[in-house]
Design a protein around this ligand. Sequence first.
Ligand SMILES: NC(=O)c1ccc[n+]([C@@H]2O[C@H](COP(=O)([O-])OP(=O)(O)OC[C@H]3O[C@@H](n4cnc5c(N)ncnc54)[C@H](OP(=O)(O)O)[C@@H]3O)[C@@H](O)[C@H]2O)c1
Length: 345
Amino acid sequence: MLKEYNIALLGFGNVLRAFAALLERKQEDIVEDTGIRLKVVGVATNSKGIAINPEGIDLNAALALVDKNQSLTSLHVGEPITDAFEFIQKVPAVAILEATWLNPQTGQPATDFCRAALQANKHLITANKGPVAFAYRELKALADSKNLSFFYESTVMDGAPVHVLRREALLGLKVNRIRGILNSTTNSILTRLEEGIAFDVALKEMQDAGLAEADPTNDIEGWDAAVKINVLANIFMGVDLRPSDVDRTGITEVTVEAAQRAVQNGQRIKLVCEAIRTETDVRLSVKPTHLDLSDPLAHVSSTACAVSIDTDILPNVMVMAGPSSPTTTAYGLLIDTLNALRGRR
Ligand SMILES: NC(=O)c1ccc[n+]([C@@H]2O[C@H](COP(=O)([O-])OP(=O)(O)OC[C@H]3O[C@@H](n4cnc5c(N)ncnc54)[C@H](OP(=O)(O)O)[C@@H]3O)[C@@H](O)[C@H]2O)c1
């Protein structure tokens, strides 16, 4: 039997615009596979207005307005909404999809938005690493206390199935070690260095292709990778660490000469993220590492990413994916939403 659910988008940047386009494209396939139809009844931004319409937002119209740098408020029905918190309270949706901005040092403002969504009795789906790195335990406890879902598949390796493994496929196992290549910008730059392309040129290529931020600090100094390994450790290894606990070195000191010398020696330099369980705690690190070619992670090139999860029973379960895009991230939000609505917690 077909069931229709109202959902709301908090943010309408690269990821949630890709989500809107993906939903338009995939709605009928989703209905066929799950019997669920999704209706977007609200979209909120910081500077481009907020719109709520209980009958459904016309997503193509919303995309066209934002493309023309026009406000979404022309799609709004009712009293104007002043900010994201009022939006979370008033939008008549059962789930909030959060993809706003992240300060990697504080996890805000996204963590406050996530808490507010759960307090308003709405399932919470986020693409934002901040709330998971900074407030996983609190948000999970809040969601559990209200029998709501709190899902975050897109926070690591976009829509590739990583977090769902912990929830559905690795139950009862003890995770001893996680290794991964989790940042596609730095992995691409390292691949280009091997090809003899200078660091600055490789970085500019990524920026021109829209794959690296104008301010690349977060990526090249290893912060993005640090937050991701922190998220994986907190969830897969049951710890409560913070990005500042990661022993972090970025790739700014890696040269063409070093990358090519590694290749001549039968190795590759990769920005390896690692979480290792010791007798007393879990140690987190992100650093450029020489990998032998016998290591599967050595073969993860360009914009691909991969993670290997070593457990007490299943050794080195590996997921590899790429290249990533806002659409692959949007798919993670979509599958999380469907799983929440199918009663997964
Ligand atoms: N891009 C990717 O492929 C990718 C992959 C994985 C995870 N993520 C994560 O997903 C999140 C979103 O990424 P993105 O690339 O879509 O970012 P983005 O293009 O910068 O979009 C962010 C959106 O959030 C809105 N926003 C920011 N502060 C807000 C506030 N206080 N109230 C309401 N709305 C607010 C912005 O409003 P305005 O439109 O007014 O600026 C914008 O619509 C980030 O946390 C990112 O780390 C992104």
